[in-house]
Design a binder for this molecule. Structure first.
Ligand SMILES: [Zn+2]
Length: 328
């Protein structure tokens, strides 16, 4: 896979290709964007383009066929180092391994490329080791740090890197990729893409969990109910997962269901539903609720998700949500 085969990210790719073409490649980059969005793939293609032996190299891309490209594709190139956390965080010895590798000239490539994923998950002492390397970058070396959030990176490190931002991909792009490349049925692909926050990696990651979510039940037994008895609320709270991320995913699904209900109310012509398979179940619910009350429920859902994200007690937050749900 070369740059031209990457899904989206035209802007960062153009920036990197121009740098290669104009010989303006800097020593350290920070790729910033959501988990699973494609930063690592772009970094690896960058490493290939920097070392490609084919003609494509002149245009700042990789040929995919030369020995250098093939070695990088198979993680066999001695000058391309990919450091990923083993477990939760990047470990000290991994940063030391990076330091050792940098002590020598590239072995066979034009440039040594070190890709450090999860740069926002490093202990401070490791950041300091890394900082030393960034302050005195070895010749012919490019360091690419990948991170989801710059908030957890030392300002001294940030100031040494050229920042390259990766924006969420458009939903239709992710959805098309899921059907064409991963062979998913269109309906499932569009649902996953809508919940993926523009990240193909996340879409794949949540696939199994989404399949387990009883969307019809959510619609009929909770969202479609005008009132819920305390017992029903209690059983819902007991039924929904206590684990924060799983619960947030269910709330995200509920949000897309509400979005579909709003669309149903607003447009006479059949719009593009995310849950098109549930239209017969949604119709009676949509008749039951007015547009303002649907919008109010959307607001309640958003507030609840925010509170849970901010570490609120999940059981209490859910209970409060279910109670205010039935109020009008
Ligand atoms: Zn090549």
């Amino acid at each position: 896979m070369s740059f031209k085969n990457i899904l989206g990210h035209k802007r960062p790719i153009t920036l990197l290709q121009r740098a290669i073409e104009n010989e303006k490649v800097v020593n350290s980059y920070l790729f910033l964007g959501n988990e699973g969005i494609g930063k690592k793939y772009v970094a690896l293609q960058f490493a290939k383009a920097l070392n490609c032996l084919g003609e494509e190299a002149e245009r700042g891309d990789a040929c995919d066929h030369c020995s250098s490209c093939r070695k990088i594709d198979h993680s066999l190139h001695p000058d391309v180092l990919l450091i990923e956390p083993e477990g939760q965080n990047i470990r000290v010895d991994q940063v030391r391994q990076l330091q050792r590798a940098l002590a020598y000239r590239p072995y066979e490539g034009r440039r040594r490329v070190c890709i450090l994923t999860a740069a926002d998950r490093m202990a401070p002492n490791m950041s300091n080791i890394l900082l030393k390397t960034l302050e005195e970058p070895p010749l012919h070396t490019v360091i690419v740090l990948l991170a989801n959030n710059s908030r957890w990176i030392l300002p001294t490190i940030l100031s040494r890197c050229q920042m390259v931002r990766f924006n969420p991909l458009p939903v239709p792009l992710v959805s098309g990729w899921l059907t064409e490349t991963k062979g998913l049925p269109e309906k499932e692909a569009s649902l996953l893409a809508s919940l993926s926050e523009g990240s193909p990696g996340k879409a794949l990651e949540i696939q199994e969990e989404i399949r387990q979510i009883q969307r019809e039940e959510l619609l009929k037994d909770w969202m479609g109910q005008k009132s819920l008895s305390p017992e029903r609320i209690g059983s819902w709270v007991g039924l929904l997962p206590a684990e924060r991320e799983s619960l947030l995913l269910i709330l995200d699904v509920a949000k897309t269901l509400l979005r579909d209900l709003v669309m149903m109310k607003t447009f006479k012509k059949k719009p593009n539903f995310i849950h098109s398979d549930l239209v017969p179940v949604m119709e009676p619910v949509a008749i039951n609720w007015s547009l303002p009350s649907l919008l109010k429920r959307m607001e309640i859902l958003n507030q609840t998700a925010l509170a849970i994200r901010a570490n609120a007690n999940t059981g209490l937050a859910l209970e409060a949500m279910m109670l205010s749900w039935a109020e009008g």
